[in-house]
Design a protein around this ligand. Structure first.
Ligand SMILES: Cc1ncc(COP(=O)(O)O)c(C=O)c1O
Ligand SMILES: [Zn+2]
Length: 369
């Protein structure tokens, strides 16, 4: 069992655990797991995503930094609709899957070099990386947009990470975080392959919790695409290994305001609005670095994509909350997409569907009066 990390454009192999871009052409890196998924190698006594530790060969079990992430409930909502409750992860979002693999893989190297880690995010990923750095005893510096506020920012501060506010566009925050500085190791979750790699456990769990039967459709909200790419890779891994007999149709769900993937797949030009003001405030990647890779993988997986309007997202958020599922508006986008496709006749009541509820509604200010 091993993983192959290679440039998504020129194909050159990367061997350094800290690499987040191709050392030759600077393009982002793709990651693929080699070797078969084998259900006999699951540690059934472990009730976190580390029950799949054997499928992460680059991590020594002794180095694992865990807060009990993963193995989140798959709850039946109605006859054939199931929710995967990623909001119940330790820091309140699916990002903990990426943080635990990334920090577990790097923490020894970072400690030995006496460095600190740097990440750019104003939201769930910043909070998650800050928490896992804290658990590992590492210093973390999180670069955030100057205008950041609200519960997610408070959460980042509570984990005692150093916070650097950067004025201007979101892309400048990323640039600042990546600027070389003595002692600084940039581990940004959007680019780092080992963050994305942790997300494949979400696919493993959906399959295992369904007795190794693939759902017909899996709905995921998409911004930078770490979730989408990780879930596709996880299902592909099980499919290649003949653990599941068919790939589910994975549906990439975007908002009308932030829809670069949807537009690209539908061959329509995409121009972002001058100002983003969607309630789905975690879905902000108007120019995701992995756009081409997402297009390629979604096509290979025979996936689907859709966009929803603000009113549909708000309606879904409210319906979920009324039923006891208080999630982020950005998570409600996936449910809104399912409802839309049901109305359009693309999904039938016979289809077994999983909607990934990515983040906790306790972190949102939407709906507060
Ligand atoms: C709650 C929530 N859902 C979905 C996403 C989208 O994930 P990705 O950026 O990996 O596409 C994010 C990303 O920030 C998020 O915070
Ligand atoms: Zn390259």
């Amino acid at each position: 069992m091993s993983v192959e990390v290679k440039c998504s454009v020129c194909g050159r192999i990367s061997r350094k655990v800290l690499d987040f871009r191709c050392s030759y052409c600077r393009n982002p890196l793709d990651i693929k797991v080699l070797g078969n998924f084998d259900t006999a190698r699951i540690n059934e006594h472990n009730f976190s995503l580390w029950r799949y530790a054997r499928f992460f060969p680059y991590i020594n079990e002794a180095d694992i930094i865990t807060l009990g992430e993963g193995w989140t409930p798959l709850v039946r909502f109605s006859q054939n609709i199931f929710f995967k409750l990623e909001n119940l992860n330790p820091t309140g979002s699916f990002k903990d899957r990426g943080s635990t693999t990334l920090i577990s893989a790097l923490n020894r190297t970072v400690k030995e070099s006496g460095s600190f880690i740097a990440e750019d995010s104003s939201g769930n990923a910043g909070a998650s990386v800050a928490a896992y750095a804290g658990r590992a005893g590492l210093k973390a510096r999180i670069y955030v947009p100057e205008a950041v506020a609200g519960p997610k920012f408070q959460q980042i501060q509570s984990y005692a990470a150093e916070v650097v506010k950067v004025p201007g566009a979101r892309s400048l925050v990323a640039e600042d975080a990546q600027k070389p500085e003595p002692g600084k190791l940039y581990i940004g979750h959007i680019l780092h392959p080992l963050f994305r790699d942790g997300i494949r456990t979400l696919a493993y769990e959906i399959a295992e919790q369904s007795d190794w039967r693939s759902p017909d459709r899996v709905y995921v909200p998409v911004s930078a695409g770490t979730l989408l790419l990780g879930v596709i890779e996880g299902f592909f891994h099980m499919f290649r290994s003949k653990v599941i007999t068919k790939m589910p149709t994975i549906v990439a769900c975007q908002t009308r305001q932030v829809s670069p993937l949807f537009n690209r797949i539908k061959n329509q030009p995409y121009t972002p609005p001058a100002v983003l003001n969607s309630v789905a405030d975690a879905l902000v990647s108007i120019k995701p670095p992995f756009l081409e890779l997402m297009v390629k993988k979604l096509r290979e997986a025979n996936g689907d994509t859709t966009v929803t309007e603000e009113a549909e997202i708000i309606n879904s958020f409210e319906e979920l909350a009324k039923n006891g599922f208080l999630v982020e508006p950005s998570s409600a986008v996936a449910y809104a997409a399912l409802k839309k496709q049901r109305d359009e006749g693309i999904v039938s009541s016979k289809d077994r569907v999983v909607v990934v509820l990515t983040g906790s509604g306790l972190k949102t200010t939407f709906g507060l009066h």
